[in-house]
Ligand binder design. Sequence first.
Ligand code: C5P
Length: 231
Amino acid sequence: MTENRPVVALDFPSFEEVKTFLARFPEDEKLFVKIGMELYYAGGPEIVTYVKSLGHSVFLDLKLHDIPNTVRSAMAVLAKLGVDMTNVHAAGGIEMMKAAREGLGQGPILIAVTQLTSTSEEQMQSDQNIQTSLTESVVNYAKKTAEAGLDGVVCSAHEVAMIKEATSDDFVCLTPGIRPAGSAIGDQKRVMTPSDARAIGSNYIVVGRPITRAEDPVEAYRQIKAEWSRD
Ligand code: C5P
């Protein structure tokens, strides 16, 4: 299950800016976009309905983490909105992840966040009292995610091989932190190019600023897509 379109992170603060950005693309260019917390909380569910009405696919990146019953009900609402992909925190546990799947149904892709990439090993050990290496924790959460029947995880491209080995080749790895050669890294620390991400087995790449802040976003999108989907 590898997606040939890069997932474009719509990290804009308002609905209006999303509309302006999407309007630059020809009508028949159907995108796969990521809507995160900021935009969703500012624009509301209508933003998902709007993007879907243009024919684009939506990854709603809300990272749910609550008691199983609440997550099940919330996921049922997201399923009605027509999201194509969404996510939870694996730290919510197997029972919560199973409830998420029940609420969402089998159609949309459901993935989990393991350890946030902003968490260092020291922080994990101190704040969460998990006394293993960060890598072991990531692999543990990936295994629990697979056991709960979810499709995969959000991870660094550098972790893909290890995660697939611990789960299966079919387990989806969605990887942010992607930069085409020569583009600005911004605040990302460990980046990978689209073609390298493809070569090491990523199934989805998430790309934000190299497209959204490009002078010509459509051209930047096409170049990244070509680099990512090349055989
Ligand atoms: O602009 P850029 O390509 O860095 O955007 C990457 C997107 O992926 C952002 O929406 C960011 O929040 C998200 N993300 C990330 N690293 C993670 C998880 C999510 O960059 N580990």
